[in-house]
Design a protein around this ligand. Structure first.
Ligand code: HEM
Length: 178
């Protein structure tokens, strides 16, 4: 959080709030958002597809009309791509990685890919960045009762594909391992 606060402080100072025009200069904020979406994709299984024709990909035969579900959550935690520390929140891994979510880079696909990928990418990114930037610019955050970050349980809650819109949530029943 300190690195992000310093980044914002350097660009924006403390005489005004963060504005949308500042976002393009906040490179560490970019990395924080990429890393957050990598570890906690909002829609971990994207939206289901139906295969239009029978096809063999990588030795796997997929029959026409098969329902195909892409596990973006697993792709974004693949140790052969993200190294052995793939479970750690480490925004710096994006330092030399030019990310865009236009659907050609398959390492991290929090907005999906192809014709049916999310049409709200820009709006989604700007909204998340503005919220995070303002929260850390205006406040210092800490866990209550001297709880250390390593004791915060970040386990996710499984929600069925069709019940709650297939979005990822934190398991708040287990929020603190005390
Ligand atoms: C951080 C914010 C957001 C994330 C992570 C996100 C993620 C996604 C994902 C993963 C999909 C499925 C793509 C696929 O299966 O390939 C999707 C679809 C969609 N999203 Fe978003 N989204 C976000 C914000 C928005 C916003 C702000 C809007 C509209 C203003 C929006 C509108 C849609 C629509 C309409 C679809 C369905 C597209 C289709 O089926 O053709 N999303 N989104």
């Amino acid at each position: 959080m300190k690195t992000l606060q310093d980044d914002i402080q350097n660009e924006v100072g403390n005489k005004r709030m963060v504005e949308e025009k500042d976002l393009e200069k906040l490179s560490y904020l970019d990395m924080v958002v990429h890393e957050t979406l990598r570890l906690y994709p909002v829609a971990p299984l994207l939206l289901p597809r139906e295969c239009r024709e029978s096809i063999t990909i990588d030795g796997y035969f997929i029959m026409e009309k098969t329902r195909v579900i892409v596990n973006a959550w697993a792709i974004e935690r693949d140790s052969s791509v993200w190294s052995e520390n793939y479970e750690e929140f480490h925004p710096e891994r994006f330092i030399d990685m030019k990310m865009n979510y236009e659907g050609h880079k398959f390492k991290s696909i929090p907005f999906g890919s192809g014709r049916r990928r999310c049409p709200g990418i820009e709006m989604g990114l700007i909204t998340i960045k503005m919220v995070i930037a303002q929260l850390v610019h205006c406040f210092n955050w800490e866990l209550p009762c001297n709880i250390s970050p390593s004791n915060l349980n970040m386990e996710e809650k499984f929600r069925s594909l069709y019940s709650k819109g297939s979005t990822l949530a934190r398991n708040t029943e287990l929020s603190l391992d005390m």
